[in-house]
Design a protein around this ligand. Structure first.
Ligand SMILES: [Zn+2]
Length: 219
């Protein structure tokens, strides 16, 4: 069996981490609308991730869906359904990363801070190193910020066993949400594959997350 596109991207990633550029930035000329590698990537918006660079993708080869955390939100699912059923992608890659900001707050804490709770604002200020200014207003949306499960840590903390586990939990939750969605086929002739990774912003390397496995614990 030939290597999957995801495996090719992993080989590119090792070259990228070694200082080589695989992605060519120049305008490639006219291309079809369907991604040439039939790949869809969901990744965090973090400024340290250049998704096309770190996967060695060329313009036109993949859909790249980004948000805070690389979380499989309602909108990410919407994009993946369109990507697969209308634009023919059949491999999905999820990318979380070390030092992610989503490790440094909880939904309740951010909401309370935004609504004007001074104690929450103080904690957020300590976690982020930025003076937090509450807005003193409640809002119905966004209904969730999707901060990662587990005890919060200071912003941009180096990787350790605990935060790597928290990242893996959320990657698996995203994989599970995709694999169990009724409109994303994972068996039969129209099946898509889903693989999840943590990108180490200090080395440039992707590390695969095992699946299935734990998706969180309050213990
Ligand atoms: Zn992030």
């Amino acid at each position: 069996m030939s290597a999957s596109i995801t495996d090719q991207c992993l080989a590119h990633n090792r070259r990228y981490a070694g200082g080589e550029s695989v992605h060519r930035a120049a305008y490639p000329g006219r291309q079809p609308i369907q991604p040439a590698k039939r790949l869809a990537v969901v990744a965090c918006m973090d400024a340290r991730l250049d998704v096309e660079d770190l996967l060695g993708l060329q313009t036109g080869e993949a859909h790249v869906i980004r948000n805070a955390g690389g979380v499989v939100t309602d909108d990410a699912i919407r994009c993946l359904i369109i990507s697969h059923h209308l634009l023919n992608t059949n491999e999905i890659v999820l990318i979380h990363h070390t030092r992610c900001g989503m490790l440094a707050f909880t939904d309740d804490l951010l909401k309370a801070g935004l609504e004007g709770d001074p104690a929450a604002g103080k904690l957020l200020g300590q976690a982020t190193g930025r003076a937090f200014t509450g807005c003193g207003k409640c809002a119905a949306t966004p209904s969730a910020f999707h901060a990662f499960r587990g005890a919060i840590e200071p912003l941009d903390a180096p990787r350790d066993e605990r935060n790597m586990e928290r990242l893996a939990w959320d990657v698996r939750r995203g994989m599970s949400a995709i694999l169990n969605h009724p409109w994303i086929p994972t068996s039969g002739p129209d099946a898509v594959t889903v693989r999840g990774f943590v990108y180490d912003v200090d080395t440039g390397l992707l590390e695969e997350v095992s699946y299935p496995g734990p998706m969180g614990s309050f213990g």
